[in-house]
Ligand binder design. Structure first.
Ligand code: FES
Length: 273
């Protein structure tokens, strides 16, 4: 483990009896909210903030070694703070703990026990064209502030146009193919393979022979500032299919996106096995 601080001081956070073995609680230490875990091998503490989208980790479900974020299910290592599963890809901060005279003390300092995974420097160094990967196989994502929708994948659009022209009808499959042109700016995978497209419905328009299409889709992160561009990109992708006269793209956040919605193709692309 790296990153031990020279400015560290131990601060009382709880009494041993406050947290049963196998349990957790929220503590406030020096204006920080932390989750304190009492594991069979000792006490551990993490920042109470999920690095995916600020979910409250203190409400998460504990496993033997892991904590699952209550919002989208990202798993963190209780002992190191490492992000183990998507959609989180950056570690949360882990703090050293010790027990003295029945008091649980947490080390607070300028740096604590940052796990040897992704760092802020690594994140800024991530390429903009495709995600890099860290040792665990997880992609390194751009910071949300840099969230910019990549240009549409013209090959997907072309495939959908050909399929629509050949079949002479606009099916859900054709439209989903067209929507593969839209690339998620956080994961650099198309929105269909990521499982962001929930429903696609096609109906006849009254005024002509063209179709009206309604798409219901979600986002991996509601905080992504590129959300409006993603929705517009989806509208544009649908309109490029011959025979579509109008469309609506609705953003839905329920049910929330979870990584198990990804196709095998997306998993392959992200290097998740
Ligand atoms: S906020 Fe924690 S997984 Fe999304």
């Amino acid at each position: 483990m790296s990153g031990a601080t020279t400015m560290m001081k131990y601060v009382k956070a709880a009494r041993v009896e406050d947290v049963p073995v196998g349990g957790k609680t929220v503590v406030e230490v020096e204006d920080r909210l932390l989750v304190l875990f009492h594991m069979p091998d000792g006490f551990f503490a993490l920042d109470d903030v999920c690095t995916h989208d600020d979910g409250p980790l203190s409400d998460g479900v504990m496993g033997e070694k892991t904590l699952a974020c209550p919002r989208h299910g990202a798993m963190f290592d209780i002992r190191t703070g490492a992000a183990l599963t998507m959609p989180a890809t950056r570690p949360t901060t882990a703090y050293s703990c010790k027990v003295e005279n029945g008091d649980v003390l947490i080390a607070i300092g300028s740096a604590t026990l940052a796990p040897e995974t992704t760092s802020a420097e690594d994140m800024s160094a991530a390429p903009s064209s495709a995600p890099d990967k860290i040792a665990s196989g997880m992609p390194i994502l751009p910071k949300k502030d840099d969230c910019v929708v990549p240009p549409p994948n013209e090959a997907a659009t072309a495939a959908a146009v050909v399929a629509a022209s050949e079949s002479g009808e606009i099916s859900e499959d054709v439209l989903r193919e067209a929507l593969k042109a839209v690339i998620d700016p956080e994961l650099f995978v198309n929105i269909v393979d990521l499982g962001l497209v929930y429903n696609v419905t096609v109906s006849d328009r009254k005024e002509d022979d063209k179709k009206h299409v309604v798409v219901e889709m979600t986002m991996t992160s509601p905080a992504c500032p590129a959300g409006p561009q993603l929705l517009q990109g989806s509208k544009d992708a649908v309109m490029r299919v011959p025979g579509v006269g109008s469309n609506e793209v609705k953003l839905v956040m329920i049910p929330p996106w979870t990584p198990d919605r990804m196709t095998e193709a997306a998993r392959d692309q992200l290097g998740i096995f």
